[in-house]
Design a protein. Structure first.
Length: 261
């Protein structure tokens, strides 16, 4: 059943909760929300069955959280603050892809996060400028109202078959509609280049697990190494997976083991 939390700017954030136990919030990446990502929905239910209260929410501008016009990284942190309050005042975060960058920013900002699990955060070079340049280009396309161009631009550095598959899928119209929300994904990744990472993440004291697939892309493996190198005590774990994907039962098991420690 859908519940709602009110963010700082009044945006209603839709979520569902399952299970009973320590709280875990699932932070989706680009394009992900409950009605468009059945794999994460199933994983959340399986994780909940292993002794956790799991919140799976629609990030602003997506699904049942669609009615808003502001899409900044700070907005995302405000949304997470409201969700953490709704689940009792503290929670672990599972961040998927760019959702992992949002989760890192939440922990660095001092939100009451107990643990961090991060799946394949696509970090670029430390102190690089490409993230900020990409964000500017994306916002330009969003501002022009070019819905297809926004998604094409966002996916331009991904494997070309991903974009081709998206365009030929029934989900393409949905992807075009949620395009403005990708601004926060891009801003979160630009943020990871905004200062030396050891400095940027100095406030991240939580136990942190970095997850990646067996057949992952080079950028994901390098990013995982960067995170573990700059967050004291962070661990890395490889799970079966390829092309940025995983099986719900496998991911739920890996997360349950980490969150129960």
């Amino acid at each position: 059943m859908t519940e709602f939390a009110n963010s700082k700017d009044g945006t209603r954030i839709a979520y569902e909760r399952h299970g009973d136990g320590p709280a875990v919030i699932l932070v989706g990446g680009a394009m992900q929300f409950r009605g468009f990502d059945p794999t994460t929905v199933e994983m959340g239910k399986q994780l909940a069955a292993q002794g956790f209260t799991v919140l799976n929410y629609d990030r602003r501008g997506r699904g049942e959280s669609a009615e808003t016009s502001s899409f900044t990284l700070q907005d995302e942190l405000d949304d997470l603050s409201a969700l953490i309050e709704a689940v009792g005042g503290e929670a672990a975060l599972y961040g998927s892809s760019s959702g992992g960058a949002i989760s890192l920013a939440a922990a660095a900002a001092g939100l009451p996060v107990t643990k961090l699990a991060l799946w394949e955060v696509p970090l670029r070079a430390e102190l690089g400028t490409d993230g900020a340049e990409f964000l500017a280009g994306l916002r330009e396309r969003i501002g022009s109202g070019d819905k297809a161009g926004t998604i094409e631009y966002f996916m331009k550095d991904m494997p070309p078959e991903w974009l081709a598959g998206a365009k030929n899928s029934p989900g393409w119209p949905i992807m075009m509609e949620i395009g403005p929300s990708l601004s926060a994904d891009s801003e979160s990744l630009a943020w990871t280049q905004s200062a030396p990472r050891a400095e940027l993440w100095s406030g991240v004291k939580q136990p942190t697990l970095v997850l990646l697939g067996e057949q992952t892309q080079t950028i994901m493996a390098e990013a995982a190494d960067a995170i573990t190198a700059n967050i004291p005590g962070a661990a890395k774990k490889t799970i079966p997976g390829a092309n940025h994907s995983w099986e719900p039962k496998v991911m739920a098991g890996a997360l349950a083991e980490f969150f129960a420690e």
